[in-house]
Design a protein around this ligand. Sequence first.
Ligand SMILES: C[S@@+](CC[C@H](N)C(=O)[O-])C[C@H]1O[C@@H](n2cnc3c(N)ncnc32)[C@H](O)[C@@H]1O
Length: 395
Amino acid sequence: MDKDITEFIDKYVQQLKTEGLIHSEAVERAFRKVRRDLLLESCFKFDKDAVVCLPVKSDLNDPAVLELIYSDEALITRIGPDGKPTSSTSQPALMANMLELLDLKRGMSVIEIGAGTGYNAALMAEIIGDPSLVTTIDIQPDVIEQTSRLLAKAGYGGIRVLLRDGFLGCPERAPFDRIVGTVCCTDLSPHWANQLAPDGNMLIPLQHGGPNTTPLMKVSKENGNLVGCIAGWSGFMNIQGEMSIQHPWARAPWYSSLDDSSIRRLPPLPEMPDCGWEWEKLTLLDFHYFLALEDRRTCNLQRGFGLWDENKGFVLSPFSKEQEPVTRLYGDESLYREYLEIYERWHALGRPRARDFASEFQILGSVNTQPSLYKQGDSWVIERKFFRQIVRLES
Ligand SMILES: C[S@@+](CC[C@H](N)C(=O)[O-])C[C@H]1O[C@@H](n2cnc3c(N)ncnc32)[C@H](O)[C@@H]1O
């Protein structure tokens, strides 16, 4: 390997190790071996308000370009007509975390929903030791064309790269020891459940309480039932195709157009520590998980979460340390009181973490076009599009 590239990769892998995201030898070896630069032709950078396209291939002699490729950044590779990203190579920290959670072993068969650049598929091929055991699917034809071509050139031609809706999985290559989603899913697909090996598991970013920060749901089969628990957090773009539905939680269509002076600043949630983006330490996200079980008006915006009510307004807690540590209220004060009541219920339960809740997934007899949320005894029920998710607090 080119000496310059090796230096960039060394630094990049070291950073992921220092942050505790890579801890197994197999994952480290894969990150050292696969060339992210070979799987990119161009990427987009957000520069103030403008989106700038960076032609990666022709700039590989530029150290700044290599620095960017071998940094802990998600790199956007496609932008849709609405200006929103539709494909990327995900944030390396997130990929490393998910690869560790997947616990891939040599000889396992795996399917990935969301091929993107193929970087994660190549990392999995290295860990498994055989590219032909990796299948990766993407819904965008131009993504598949580029990714098959670049993967083959980079030495991973054995990976099966398929153009189709990931919802369908790949029955012709099932069963899979692992099914991994690298796109934010609104539900599980019944096809994945059928294609999962009896002792296999899935790791799926499963939308909960809004689209931005998504719990990673680890799902396995137990006595024929599909059961899951939260294994971590992620941030992925939304899935397209059959699984793209209006989610069961609130959206905030007019939030960004609000004049800041019309928003009231109220005391922050009591006993809630300041939150920065430190993986695994986000108490605020644990409360958000509970909030979304209790109230379908839960919303999750880029800068915070809370409740969003079409008639009353919104109440939001900020996510990042850079923001004022206040609760922001727009509209009716009763919404703030309702928010505090849910917070008190969470507190009374001992402030459970998201990972303290267990889920069971039961297939719905029909496709649910209007997802719903309700309480049943001590359980919370989320009726998604294909599955009923029954959530219980583990004692
Ligand atoms: C964040 S990117 C995946 C990153 C990729 N794993 C990598 O290593 O570069 C998400 C991808 O999911 C794809 N996608 C969205 N909806 C999909 C669907 N229903 N089936 C398959 N792929 C889908 C998008 O086209 C996009 O390329």
